[in-house]
Design a protein around this ligand. Structure first.
Ligand SMILES: Nc1ncnc2c1ncn2[C@@H]1O[C@H](COP(=O)(O)OP(=O)(O)OP(=O)(O)O)[C@@H](O)[C@H]1O
Ligand SMILES: [Mg+2]
Length: 363
């Protein structure tokens, strides 16, 4: 899969800009605050519908404008496709795929795949559990649309249950129905999350070993608040229900749901030690690179095509060993790199110079 071009209108600091990419390596360079990351952000919006900088849609619209429009043309299995997103000042967002309007952002998931490497991604190790859950949920959703529906249903019911808990009024019948549904969907979600994490962990460990010269072991584990060790899959729902039942009084007392997949987390271990507490910056960075490489491999395995690789300002921070590892892993995929200097990957490249919201291809 590769992106052929992107057209930005009133997006961040761009008034109007079209960029034609090489399907191999692209280097976007320029001083700080000129608009390099904004380009990667715009591209990545097509794979997740949300900014990886975790800002709300309205911040993407150029100051003093009413809307922003981004459009890409990309190639997937030798077929040319296009996608377009229009953000408006109101809450509405309009999405088109190959000229046809989509009613939900989620319909975009899995159509255009990219994997982002950015220094901020260390939040996946150090940040709040919710961020790790979002990462795994978005990843699985892009590969399995049914998972997204189950997840959406889960969170809808959870919200209703939380409202009820705040004002229960002896309505235990409704509470039981919702608990039943949360356990049912929660069990399905756990099975998927564990399956994907097992695969991510295995592949990330292989990558990590190469990065660390085979010296260290990386493990990524699902940290489940309802223990289900030694239980059959079919028992999982009952285990969750029992756990909810045990916490029922407490849930009512504090007016919130204490048990379920919305409280689960993902843990990173390097040589058996919790990476959040013990790993160095360099080890954490290597773990994230390994995780992302693993993600790309799984996308390739499931969809048949590698995603587009987006590297936001990370190359200059890596030592040559890690850089070479990345180059050797990526081989024939499209790569788009931002850097403050005119970085060269040593491959066939297209260079773009960015200055104050204007992009110029340079030789
Ligand atoms: N909604 C917006 N409207 C107009 N300008 C914006 C908007 N959002 C961000 N900007 C501007 O975009 C610029 C930042 O762009 P970007 O993050 O792409 O910079 P960068 O080139 O990646 O810089 P760095 O090298 O520091 O990472 C800033 O000047 C910021 O003020
Ligand atoms: Mg930047």
């Amino acid at each position: 899969m590769f992106i052929k071009n992107i057209e930005l209108t009133n997006f961040r600091n761009y008034e109007h800009q079209k960029i034609f990419f090489s399907h191999e390596t692209n280097i976007i360079f320029g001083n700080n605050a000129q608009g390099k990351t904004n380009i990667l952000e715009a591209i990545s919006l097509f794979s997740s519908g949300k900014s990886y900088r975790r800002v709300s849609d309205k911040n993407l619209i150029k100051y003093d404008c009413d809307f922003a429009r981004i459009r890409i043309e990309f190639d997937s299995f030798n077929t040319e496709k296009s996608a377009e997103i229009i953000f408006t000042k109101g809450k509405n967002k309009f999405i088109k795929l190959n000229g046809i309007s989509l009613s939900r952002t989620s319909e975009l998931l899995g159509v255009f795949n990219c994997v982002v490497f950015s220094p901020e991604e260390l939040y996946l190790i150090n940040g709040a559990p919710e961020l790790r859950r979002n990462f795994i949920d978005l990843f699985i959703s892009s590969q399995k649309p049914l998972y997204y529906n189950t997840l959406k249903r889960y969170y809808k019911v959870l919200k209703q249950k939380n409202n009820l808990l705040k004002d229960i009024n002896n309505n235990f019948e409704t509470l039981n129905i919702w608990n039943e549904e949360l356990a049912e969907n929660g069990a399905k979600i756990i099975v998927y999350r564990k399956e994907y994490l097992a695969e991510l962990s295995k592949r990330a460990n292989e990558a990590y070993k190469k990065i660390s010269g085979g010296r260290e072991e990386l493990k990524i584990l699902y940290n489940q608040n309802v223990s289900s060790e030694n239980y059959e899959k079919s028992d999982l729902k009952n285990r969750i229900l029992e756990a909810i039942e045990r916490k029922k009084q407490k849930e009512i007392a504090i007016g919130a749901s204490l048990v379920g997949i919305h409280r689960d987390d993902i843990d990173f271990f390097i040589d058996g030690q919790d990476a959040r507490i013990f790993a160095s910056q360099g080890q954490q960075r290597s773990a994230i690179i390994s995780l992302k490489m693993a993600q790309a491999e799984i996308i390739k395995n499931q969809s048949g095509e590698y995603p587009v690789f987006l590297f936001d300002d990370v190359m200059s921070e890596l030592d040559s060993e890690r850089r070479e590892f990345i180059a050797s892993e990526i081989k024939n995929s499209q790569v788009i790199i931002t850097s403050t200097d005119r970085y060269s990957s040593g491959k066939k490249e297209k260079f773009f110079y960015v200055e104050n919201g204007t992009v110029r291809e340079v030789t």
